[in-house]
Design a protein around this ligand. Structure first.
Ligand SMILES: Nc1ncnc2c1ncn2[C@@H]1O[C@H](COP(=O)(O)OP(=O)(O)OP(=O)(O)O)[C@@H](O)[C@H]1O
Length: 698
């Protein structure tokens, strides 16, 4: 059954569907408090680019088209220029054949499954473990983008294959994990976002949350694990896409369609601080990449073409800028130019594994389009993304902790009832003793009624004091653990904001260096594509980060004061309780009552040990998180050093400055270490170790 707007949760033995009605993305899950987002740097990855050449179609054959795109081996395509016109000056200096190498090349014989297995399948496990992934289908109109992404019932595309695999992996690991999977499907047409699953809704807006993550406000989220339902849903959604016949495709999609899948994964352990991994997958079927002038469109098509071009141009600019990141020509990347690039900022600029499947027709009649597509896709190959795992740490009163506390409470209740029972028994004792006295057993010391009454009152008083002290201490310890928890959250939140600021500072300095040098005009155009000096104005997210840091500092001071006061109060309460404990044996006459109070004290100690254990656990996790941030900070510093080295190197070369031999040798050593990737391997090792340390022992 299809369920709209709800979240799918997988539990140990059963499939439980929760909720109903529209799910507000910002709502926290019941019983938990989403406290902060922790990003752990893993490694740098190159963008994967594949090429798919569709079969020659009837219209192309009728036009006398011949095959000019040839797959050679697994990774190479050779494009032959069919140009015969010697008058065509544009072509006279071009080589007749151009060879392009991609990660994988598919020709007309490749099945949908071949494409999926070679390009996307490997991303599935990552998404479940909290990594982001993005898949683009790029290419001119009618080259098969929708065929690859959506496909048909008989030949489903990568949407369905990915989701089917995703649910399968979830099924295999659901014994230890809780999952929640949701998806949305929307289009961006003329810079307007429309919900394809809820087409009657208003146009949707992009919102940047306080953590800098882009969200679509009010989008409908759907969850179902049934493959057939998914296919029906997406096919129906796809029919809502803005389509128009073009010269090359009768049902050409004029918009960018985006399928977004979000997977929340949470271990079912009962740790105090729990990790929630959030993996986001974007699958984007881009609008045809042909230029407006080439489709000979006018009016509406022309305007539409301009918008398509705007986002594709912005996408292309980002690709250009990103492909030069880290090189001496690296530049500021402007993602704000279009809705598409804003939305895919993570995918392109950083935290995502990204795959592009470029599409071309093999026909000689499409040579120009194919050539520009291949150049564009080839460029995208140089993009490197820093892939991070998204962890949402959730602090909440977990089962293990609350279980121990309620065990102790049960024990106290039990002891209380035992004490009350003894009181009743004691009340009936005097008559027994009277009887014994009358029987002549005079050797037994019988307390007088007054002494017994005194002892009883004393006992009640001490008991009440002890229980009160126990409750008070327990509350204080819990508050301390809570404060400790808050402190960690503040600390990690602060580290994250500081990293945002440091990243921006580095980008800014780097950019200024280039501006100062009057670097090539093209760079300037890319930076100032909208005519604004966007790069020199501090981005909103950085200003927000600075504000947050100040607020967090004030919060930290407040927490530290509260903690110091509480610690002092706890120390006093401890001292008072231990004095009471010392007094007990002398003042309490009944052995049973003494035993009860000893048990109470033992429970008290157990509670102390337990709280201390939990606090230690928390502390260790904190240390691990901090270590990750320190490493991330060092990585930033390393990037800065690399930039400085490269820029100085360029200055030396440009100025023809002679380099002393020892310096040259050191530079050689530095290049070798870079090439070997020793540091990257160390970082990876740390990341693996720290995530296994974080994993609770079975
Ligand atoms: N690899 C392929 N094998 C068989 N048929 C294909 C293949 N690729 C595309 N086609 C067919 O070509 C036609 C156009 O494909 P499709 O609609 O996927 O192109 P598109 O790139 O999405 O176009 P547009 O950008 O205009 O929406 C469709 O009828 C589709 O079934």
């Amino acid at each position: 059954m299809l369920r709209l707007s709800c979240c799918l949760h997988f539990f140990t033995k059963s499939l439980k569907i929760t909720g109903g009605g529209r799910k507000n993305k910002k709502e926290g899950e019941e019983g938990k408090r989403e406290s902060y987002r922790l990003e752990v740097l893993v490694f740098e990855e190159e963008e994967g680019v594949a090429l798919r050449i569709r079969p020659l179609n009837d219209a192309e054959l009728e036009d006398g088209g011949t095959i000019i795109a040839h797959k050679v081996g697994e990774q190479t395509v050779v494009l032959v220029d069919p140009g015969e016109d010697p008058e065509d000056t544009l072509r006279t200096h071009r080589p007749r054949k151009r060879t392009f190498i991609f990660d994988t090349v598919f020709d007309q014989h490749a099945s949908q499954e071949d494409v999926y297995c070679a390009t996307i399948q490997h991303l599935v496990e990552g998404i479940i473990s909290g990594y982001n992934a993005t898949v683009f289908a790029y290419g001119p109109s009618g080259t098969g983008k929708t065929h690859t992404m959506l496909g048909k019932d008989a030949e489903p595309g990568v949407y369905l294959q990915t989701l089917t695999d995703l649910f399968q992996v979830i099924e295999q690991t659901r014994d230890n994990m809780d999952y929640s999977v949701s998806m949305s499907y929307f289009e961006i047409y003329n810079e307007v976002i429309r919900d394809l699953l809820n087409p009657s809704s208003e146009f949707l807006e992009l919102r940047e949350d306080s953590r800098g993550s882009i969200q679509i406000a009010g989008i409908m989220e759907v969850s179902t694990s049934n493959a057939q339902e998914i296919m029906q849903l997406l096919t129906k959604g796809n029919r809502q896409r803005t389509q128009e016949p073009t010269a090359t495709n009768k049902t050409s999609s004029r918009s960018h369609a985006v399928l977004q899948v979000t997977v929340h994964q949470q271990s079912r352990s009962t740790d105090l601080v729990e990790e929630v991994r959030v993996g986001r997958l974007f699958m984007v079927d881009l609008a045809g990449s042909e230029r407006a002038s080439q489709t000979q469109n006018r009016g509406k098509r022309m305007k539409e073409g301009a918008h398509i071009n705007r986002s594709l141009l912005a996408l292309g600019n980002c690709i250009n800028a990103l492909s030069e990141k880290g090189s001496s020509r690296s530049q500021y990347v402007n993602f704000r130019d279009s809705k598409l690039t804003r939305l895919l900022k993570d995918a392109l600029g950083g935290n995502s594994r990204t795959v592009m499947i470029a599409h071309i027709s093999p026909a000689s009649t499409c040579f120009e389009e194919s050539r520009t597509t291949l150049l564009y896709a080839y460029r995208a190959k140089n993009i490197k993304t820093r892939v991070k795992r998204n962890l949402l740490n959730v602090s909440y009163r977990i089962a293990q902790y609350t279980d121990v506390i309620s065990d102790l409470r049960r024990e106290i209740e039990h002891l209380k009832s035992k004490i009350e029972k003894q009181e009743k028994e004691k009340k009936s004792e005097p008559s027994n003793r009277d009887a014994q006295g009358r029987a002549g057993h005079l050797s037994v010391t019988i307390p007088t009624h007054d002494a017994e009454e005194d002892s009883h009152l004393q006992m009640n008083k001490i008991r009440a004091q002890l229980i009160g002290a126990f409750k008070e201490q327990m509350e204080m310890r819990h508050s301390l653990v809570e404060l400790e928890n808050t402190n960690i959250e503040l600390h990690i939140d602060m580290s994250r904001h500081l990293l945002t600021i440091a990243d921006w500072e580095r980008e800014k300095t780097h950019h200024h260096v280039h501006r100062g040098r009057g670097e090539p005009e093209k760079d300037e155009e890319l930076v100032d594509a909208d005519g604004e000096e966007g790069e020199s104005v501090e981005p909103h997210e950085v200003a927000l980060a600075r504000e947050e840091v100040n607020m967090l500092l004030a919060e930290q001071r407040k927490t530290a004061d509260l903690k110091a006061g509480l610690e002092q109060r706890l120390a006093n309460a401890k001292q008072k309780a231990s004095q009471m404990e010392k007094l007990l044996p002398k003042q309490v006459t009944s052995e049973d009552q003494r035993e009860v109070l000893r048990l109470l004290c033992r429970a008290h100690k157990l509670e102390v040990e337990n709280t201390e254990l939990q606090a230690n656990n928390l502390c260790q996790k904190n240390l691990l998180c901090q270590k990750d941030f320190v490493i991330q900070r060092y990585h930033q510093h390393r990037l800065l050093c690399e930039q400085v080295i490269q820029e100085q190197r360029q200055l030396i070369q440009e100025g023809g400055i002679p380099v002393p031999e020892p310096l040259d040798q050191r530079y050689g050593l530095y290049c070798r270490e870079q090439g070997e990737g020793t540091l990257d391997r160390l970082l990876l090792l740390h990341s693996v170790m720290s995530s296994s340390l974080r994993r609770p022992s079975a």
